[in-house]
Design a protein around this ligand. Structure first.
Ligand code: GLP
Length: 264
């Protein structure tokens, strides 16, 4: 495990984009395909800008890139929110990354995959058939969730079973709805969908490399707990990354959420 503490959000973004760029471009230059797992959220905004700028500036052909997003909001147990929903992750990814690729990069719509609430198992089948993820980019919830794999008490599920959870649809926890209300919905909780399709723990953990970025002061608590306990527990989903052979964490406590300020 590599833990890189950086001074601010910009340094985090440069470091994260650099790791992705190096692995991606090395594979593409050798004519290989690359499966890149992507995350959304405030944490990744500048990273995506830097990555798109570098790929454009260096004239990298992205025909062999496939992207696999971690999650998508759903309006109920079977239907994703529309692409123009203000919090849609499809919309976020297109605005923050995909539309930034110049047409000469050859990145086409069919290369971007999102878990589909109407058939979540398809995501795992397609990903497995494509050879699993080469690199998984991750953020972390204030409650320690990764994607929308929410914490579950160890009395309710074994450590092993939790680590094998597939891509699926689930209701969001109250904590996550509150966090996302303030972090991404300008305080309007009615905007935050109550369900999401999430990539499962199994496909996330099968990635060859895990890259977790975090920039909120509130994320220090789950990290400290995970590092001091030193073991995987369903109570803190990000702790499963401790068992991964190639896990990098880049952290800065640069950002402060209005949720925690306004609630004192
Ligand atoms: C949501 C997503 C997570 C993401 C998290 C972090 O909860 N389900 O996949 O990691 O937001 O978002 P932010 O970058 O805004 O902290």
């Amino acid at each position: 495990m590599i833990i890189q503490k950086v001074a601010n959000y910009h340094e985090m973004s440069v470091a994260g984009a650099g790791i992705i760029y190096d692995d991606l471009v090395a594979a593409l230059r050798q004519g290989k395909h690359f499966n890149l797992g992507l995350a959304t959220g405030n944490t990744m905004i500048e990273l995506y800008q830097i990555l798109a700028d570098r790929l454009n500036a260096d004239g990298i052909d992205l025909s062999n890139l496939q992207t696999w997003n971690l999650d998508e909001y759903a309006q109920d147990e079977h239907n994703a929110v529309s692409h123009d929903h203000p919090l849609s992750y499809w919309k976020y990814m297109h605005e923050k990354l995909f539309y930034k690729f110049a047409p000469e990069r050859n990145f086409k719509e069919g290369q971007a995959h999102f878990p589909d609430p109407s058939d979540p198992a398809k995501f795992d089948r397609d990903l497995e058939a494509a050879g699993d993820l080469d690199l998984q980019l991750l953020g972390i919830g204030f409650n320690g969730h990764i994607a929308f794999n929410e914490p579950v008490k160890e009395s309710e599920i074994s450590v092993e079973e939790y680590g094998k959870l597939p891509t699926r649809v689930l209701p969001l926890t109250k904590e996550t709805i509150i966090q996302n209300t303030y972090v991404t919905a300008n305080g309007d909780s009615s905007l935050v969908p109550r369900f999401a399709a999430t990539t499962g723990m199994k496909p996330i953990l099968a990635a060859k490399k895990e890259l977790l970025l975090a920039c909120f002061a509130e994320q220090e608590a789950p990290f400290n707990k995970m590092l001091s306990d030193g073991r995987a527990t369903p109570d803190l989903p990000a702790s499963y990354l401790l068992n991964h052979h190639d896990f990098t964490l880049i952290y800065t406590a640069d950002k402060i959420t209005c949720c925690c300020n306004s609630r004192g």
